[in-house]
Design a protein around this ligand. Structure first.
Ligand code: DC
Length: 432
């Protein structure tokens, strides 16, 4: 597993400085992807190849050996074994690097290399297309920006410190050209990823930017730790089974004290099935779980796990956490596993409490799994006011049998979802 912080933005926004500080502070491997393109550009100059000789440039990018090392807290760039850390920042390299990096094949070769450099490491990577192309699923995505004038001023100062003298006007012109070129590449052009955090650094010091990004990284790490805890599977031990039986008995008794439970129909005694019910409140799922001999494993939104006691109960009853509004592959995998092992999965297709009444969009996750696996769906209608000492009806309908489809299309999913929902509604409206 690797943790990836991706930072994109135009030249002069402080990406390099910020990345260096954060890498050191947080123990992340620093990968300056611009340096890889600069190495190709330097090799083009060394071999006296013109920008028109595309095939030769592509060949260079294919065979070039680039290493990024950290020595005495400085990043060292090795090109075919030679230290070129300073050389790749020369005016000549800077002049041609954007055009070199615009060649599609060069980009593909460099992206391949950049991904290899990051493999199985915790990295902080800066460039132009890291958040959008190299690592579109990075854990943290940042877009740094600043006004052109501010960026020109910064670069001028940086150059002066290195003894490089380029006038402000010349710098502004070349940076502007580079920006335009970087924004208009065939692949991996500079743009703001829809899920990146945008930070305008025009009026911020490097420290302020580092603090901002540091906080985002810290929050993300905490979130990952928390999710790990929620998603951790507690193995089915004798002790867990015993505790579950005790808890089930107690909650069952409480339920019977507060409500007059009327149950009609039942879940098939064996084989995999998906129980689909309407969702009225927090305790209707409990009614299905408690009053069944078979273990029903419900899919529930992960926020349920935020409370200590509910988290404990959810793990005890093997509830499957799902992140709402996202494609939660882990939840899907676990649900399919329940079905493939011949057990009972519980889903509220409304997705939210009183979804039908609120006109919520009905999810087709249940229909998808039923069709993909050819598993029958047991529709359940739950009705009652859930006021203490009133009747609560739980009506199980006849299982709906679906034929297995390898890749159900939208229409098939919608049709199956409608069929499930209509049966559920019919069962909830049934009179005594
Ligand atoms: O960040 P830098 O100035 O060292 O980048 C050098 C050039 O490489 C710049 O013009 C844009 C290009 N580049 C790119 O196209 N994609 C990246 N991921 C990084 C840099």
């Amino acid at each position: 597993m690797s943790f990836i912080v991706a930072i994109d933005g135009p030249a002069g926004t402080g990406k390099g400085a910020v990345t260096k500080i954060l890498a050191e502070k947080l123990g992340l491997v620093n990968i300056d992807t611009g340096a890889t393109y600069r190495c190709v550009a330097l090799e083009v100059l060394n071999k006296k190849i013109s920008l028109e000789q595309k095939d030769e440039i592509i060949e260079i990018s294919k065979n070039i050996k680039i290493e990024l090392k950290n020595e005495n807290r400085e990043q060292i760039v090795l090109l075919n074994g030679k230290d070129v850390t300073s050389e790749i920042r020369s005016k000549e390299v800077t002049q041609i690097v954007s055009q070199v990096s615009s060649i599609k094949e060069v980009r593909l070769n460099m992206v391949d290399l950049q991904r290899k450099l990051a493999k199985n490491k915790n990295v902080i990577m800066e460039g132009r297309d890291i958040t959008t192309y190299v690592f579109p699923n990075a854990d943290v995505k940042i877009y740094l920006d600043a006004s052109l004038d501010e960026r020109v001023k910064r670069r001028y100062k940086q150059n002066a410190e290195k003894g490089i003298h380029i006038s402000l006007e010349e710098l502004k012109k070349s940076m502007n050209e580079r920006d335009e070129n970087d924004k208009n590449k065939e692949i991996g052009s500079l743009m703001i990823a829809h899920d990146a955090v945008y930070i305008d650094t025009s009026n911020l010091s490097i420290n302020e930017v580092c603090n901002k990004i540091g906080k985002i990284i810290k929050d993300k790490l905490e979130d990952i730790e928390y999710t790990k805890k929620i998603y951790a599977i507690r193995p089915e031990t004798k002790w867990k089974k015993f505790v579950r039986r005790i808890v089930k008995t107690i909650l069952n008794a409480l339920y019977h004290i507060f409500y007059r439970i009327k149950i009609e129909g039942e879940i098939p005694k064996e084989g995999a099935c998906i129980v689909c019910a309407n969702h009225l409140n927090y305790i209707d799922a409990a009614a299905i779980v408690l009053f069944n001999k078979r273990k029903v494993m419900f899919v529930a939104r992960e926020t349920l796990f935020y409370s200590r006691i509910l988290n404990w109960l959810a793990h005890l009853f093997d509830i499957i956490p799902i992140k709402r509004g996202k494609q939660d592959m882990e939840a899907m995998k676990r649900s399919l596993k329940v079905l493939s092992s011949g057990q009972v999965l519980g889903i509220f297709p409304e997705g939210t409490r009183k979804g039908l009444a609120k006109n919520a969009k009905i999810g087709n996750g249940a229909a998808y799994m039923a069709l993909r696996t050819g598993t029958k769906v047991v529709p359940v209608g739950i009705s009652g006011s859930f006021k203490p000492f009133t009747k609560v009806y739980i009506r199980y309908g006849e299982p709906i049998v679906f034929e297995k489809q390898k890749n159900p299309d939208k229409e098939q999913l919608q049709f199956a979802t409608n069929q499930i929902m209509e049966t559920i509604i019919m069962l909830t409206n049934k009179k005594d």
